[in-house]
Write a protein that binds this ligand. Structure first.
Ligand code: URA
Length: 435
């Protein structure tokens, strides 16, 4: 078997066997097949696609290219939750404590943010002294003791995916559904959970801009999960405007804590409840939607999720006092409002999530390359979202800044808003769920 034969085969739309895909992934990881040949193969996949069997094989080859986490040392039913990433997406900070409070073992490995979408680890690091690196045995012990841990993903999880993703990034082959699905699922499967709940974001602030494409991606990831005997569910959720109101690391932690206290923004609270309901169902804590919904609501009302978050912060060396004293989060002290300058009351038609995410990046909240330092204290809080009314002189949003690109960010936030005279109905946060 030679790489040139396999490139030709894919170029002509034929399916590769498990053995052939393994040959490519192993050869590439070991440095035996050069970038230019793998690039050609990736481009052939982009145009010719892969069938499901090929996707399963590619996922497996990447999953076993590095270490796999054995969660059998953790007693109870384990679930992982993954979001494809969006603007203001602090969902894990709420959903993981809530699900854990209701009996699911949440052993979560997360990543950092790149570009306009933030990462859970960056958000957690806004909590003073919070430790995201842990020895795997300590990780197991923590989840066994308190039911919850969120740590950084080990560098040795799916190394083939890391190599391939970097190559895709510079060869225009990121946006192939087969490649995205196998990339995400190889890492999820290597992380060892029994069940997986996926939040596939759709809209300007997300990776997938179009519902049909997002649906294809979600279905394929569910098939991969099920093929590997993991119960997998995917929700398609709206990311045309930022999720909740806060965008920026410390600001998002504050909003997540407020949500666990029952005072979160409507869209974000609804999404967190629905995702936790999915987790409870997929983990068979209860089979009825109504029952799961009641459990989650009462976990919020009784502050059970909040107490889990507090326990996790303590266990991971962070300062748990942040829960009651937000000044400890070091949110930037300088603020400016983005004021609506029009002459008449209007409705908010849209708030471009991508532009808000990019404005937050300009303030320093996000990184352009993976080694950039970020400012955890800066960001944007939206005062108006789609469907709201704004009157002349009112604030559309507040910017929290430490002085970097403040005016530019202000202009970007202003231009992210589109206004109209017509009444605008709020769009649902959950578009559909794929099981
Ligand atoms: N996220 C991933 O982990 N992989 C992709 O290919 C795209 C998004």
């Amino acid at each position: 078997m030679t790489m040139i034969e396999l490139i030709e085969k894919k170029k002509h739309g034929q399916s590769l066997t498990d053995e052939e895909i393994n040959f490519i992934i192993k050869g590439y990881t070991e440095g035996l097949i050069p970038d230019y040949q793998v690039s050609a193969w990736l481009m052939a996949i982009y145009f010719q696609n892969m069938d499901e069997e090929e996707v399963f094989s590619l996922t497996k080859a990447m999953l076993y290219s590095g270490e796999t986490v054995d969660l059998t040392k953790i007693k109870g039913v384990k679930c992982d939750k993954h979001s494809t990433g969006g603007v203001g997406d602090k969902t894990s900070l709420v959903v993981a404590p809530l699900a854990s409070a209701l009996g699911v073992k949440m052993a979560k490995m997360s990543g950092r943010g790149l570009g306009h979408t933030g990462g859970t680890l960056d958000k957690l690091e806004a909590i003073p002294n919070f430790k995201i690196e842990k020895d795997i045995e300590d990780f197991y012990e923590q989840v066994n003791k308190i039911g919850l841990a969120i740590i950084g993903q080990s560098k040795n999880i799916a190394p083939a995916d890391k190599l391939l993703y970097a190559l895709r990034d510079v060869t225009g082959t990121v946006d192939a559904i087969a490649l995205i699905a196998s990339s995400i699922m190889s890492k999820k499967l290597a992380s060892g959970a029994d069940n997986i709940v996926l939040d596939v974001k759709v809209g300007s602030g997300a990776f997938m801009k179009d519902v049909d494409e997002a649906r294809k991606l979600a279905s394929l990831m569910v098939k991969i999960g099920n093929y590997y005997h993991k119960k997998t569910v995917a929700t398609l959720t709206d990311m045309s405007q930022p999720l909740g109101c806060a965008v920026g690391n410390a600001l998002e932690v504050k909003e997540a804590i407020e949500t666990l206290k029952g005072h979160g923004p409507d869209d974000f609270t609804k999404l967190c409840i629905e995702l936790t309901v999915e987790i409870l169902q997929v983990c068979e804590i209860t089979s009825s939607y109504e029952e799961a919904y009641k459990l989650v609501k009462s976990a919020i009302d009784q502050g059970l999720g909040l107490e889990k978050l507090r326990a996790m912060i303590k266990y991971q060396n962070g300062n748990p006092l942040v829960i009651d004293d937000y000044s400890l989060l070091n949110i930037a002290q300088n603020t400016i409002d983005v004021i609506y300058e029009g002459q008449e009351k209007l409705y908010i038609k849209s708030v471009d999530a991508l532009l808000i995410g990019e404005a937050a990046m300009k303030l320093g909240a996000g990184r352009v390359t993976k080694d950039d330092a970020i400012d955890l204290g800066v960001g944007i809080v939206l005062n108006k979202k789609v469907g709201d009314i704004v009157a002349p002189g009112e604030s559309l949003a507040k910017i929290y800044t430490n002085g970097q690109n403040t005016n530019l960010a202000k202009e970007m936030v202003y231009s992210a808003y589109t206004l109209t005279k017509d009444v605008v109905t709020k769009m649902p946060i959950i578009i559909e769920t794929i099981k």
